[in-house]
Design a protein around this ligand. Structure first.
Ligand SMILES: *Cc1c(COP(=O)(O)O)cnc(C)c1O
Length: 368
């Protein structure tokens, strides 16, 4: 961690940690670093970075769309999309645990001038039946019009679940009948596509074909150091470039990042099933612990969220941390573990074992 010449010792040795806080912690692979070093670059604001141009063209091709734009983060990609589809004083409908609501500051309000109309769904995703009652196609002197519907696939805080295709298709069909656009937060759309089996790129096209815009991340389980993409029609993406510039997200010789992004897209998408198998294994091991509530059958992708019976999430995550396992609390009694490229099968098994020790120690302490 410390650069050569620094007298400071690194704050911790990250190589010995089992970091399951998020798939964002993945580091660029050696193939990525080599591609980054060799990347052809130019000024992307002039449209002259050949590697960025290649990444954008390839993303558009994979998603079967006219255009794509590279953005520094998934948050920026989502917020540009919200702005594209709405006017101030409108509402954006999403599920109550959506990333755009809980993890992107109040940007829907400050950047797009819109209110988020959150609808809670125990399943973690919204059906048309749940959306329909809160849709105001026109607005009135009392209530704001709906400007956009937003779905998230996989649904992160619902445990990485995959929205069933017929559910999404019904939402898209009904929304479009009313001229309502629908944006997909597909931060982990390649994880969703992996669960369908077969050709992942074909699956991604199937899962996203009717959305007006789709955002996906290169910098999560796909290991790129930086970057997300927004895909859609040429008109939408041309306008997205204006908002990206306004947000300070237009970059210059960013082909060094796109070089890693191309490997993320072409190669790292093909190995996500390994993360899913490790998540399942982790869930099965955790299910054996009496203090833990988890149904391994609900773990569909790379996210494992479990509840604790008596212990608090803060107590458990700090106990884990003291033994070299990093996890995140997602509620007073819920903990999230995310599997990814940099944590292998053995590390996942070891993490489950360590959790067992932490819970055992806590039970002993509680009795004494
Ligand atoms: C991580 C994430 C994002 C945002 O990505 P950043 O690059 O961290 O801004 C958006 N949506 C979901 C569901 C995510 O998990």
């Amino acid at each position: 961690m410390a650069y050569s010449g620094s007298a400071e010792a690194p704050s911790f040795d990250s190589s010995s940690l089992i970091d399951l806080r998020s798939d964002t912690v993945t580091r660029p692979t050696s193939a990525m670093r080599a591609a980054m070093a060799a990347a052809e670059v130019g000024d992307d604001i002039y449209g002259e970075d050949p590697t960025i141009n290649r990444l954008e063209a390839r993303a558009a091709e994979i998603f079967g769309r006219e255009a794509a734009v590279f953005v520094p983060s998934g948050t920026m990609g989502n917020q540009i999309a919200l702005r594209l589809h709405t006017r101030p004083n409108q509402e954006i409908i999403c599920e109550s645990r959506a990333h755009i609501l809980d993890w992107e500051m109040a940007m829907a309000a400050t950047f797009s001038g819109c209110l988020i109309r959150a609808v809670a769904s125990p399943a973690g995703y919204l059906t048309w039946e749940q959306i329909a009652p809160v849709v105001h196609a026109k607005g009135s002197t009392f209530s704001a019009a709906t400007g956009l519907i937003e779905l998230e696939n996989t649904a992160n805080l619902a445990g990485g679940i995959v929205i069933p295709l017929p559910v999404m298709e019904e939402v898209l069909h009904e929304a479009h009948k009313r001229n309502l656009p629908v944006h997909l937060d597909g931060a982990r759309i390649f994880n969703a596509a992996t669960t369908l089996g077969g050709d992942i790129f074909e699956n991604v096209r199937t899962l996203t074909r009717s959305f007006d815009t789709v955002m996906f991340c290169l910098s999560k389980g796909l290991c790129a150091p930086v970057g997300s993409m927004l895909v859609g029609s040429k008109d939408a993406i041309d306008e997205a470039r204006v908002y990206r510039k306004a947000l300070g997200g237009a970059m210059r010789q960013a082909g060094v990042l796109a070089a890693a992004g191309l490997i993320a897209l072409e190669e790292m998408t093909l190995r996500l099933h390994e993360d899913h198998a490790n998540a399942k294994l982790l869930a099965e091991s955790l299910a054996k612990l009496p203090e833990v509530q988890i149904d391994p059958a609900t773990v569909e992708t790379n996210i494992v969220i479990f509840n604790l019976n008596n212990r608090s999430a803060a107590e458990v995550t700090s106990g884990l941390k003291a033994r070299g396992v990093l996890a995140g609390a997602t509620g007073p009694k819920s903990v999230r573990l995310v599997t990814h490229h940099d944590v292998d099968r053995n590390a996942c098994l070891r993490a489950a074992e360590i959790l067992g020790e932490v819970l055992e120690d806590a039970a002993v302490a509680a009795r004494s």
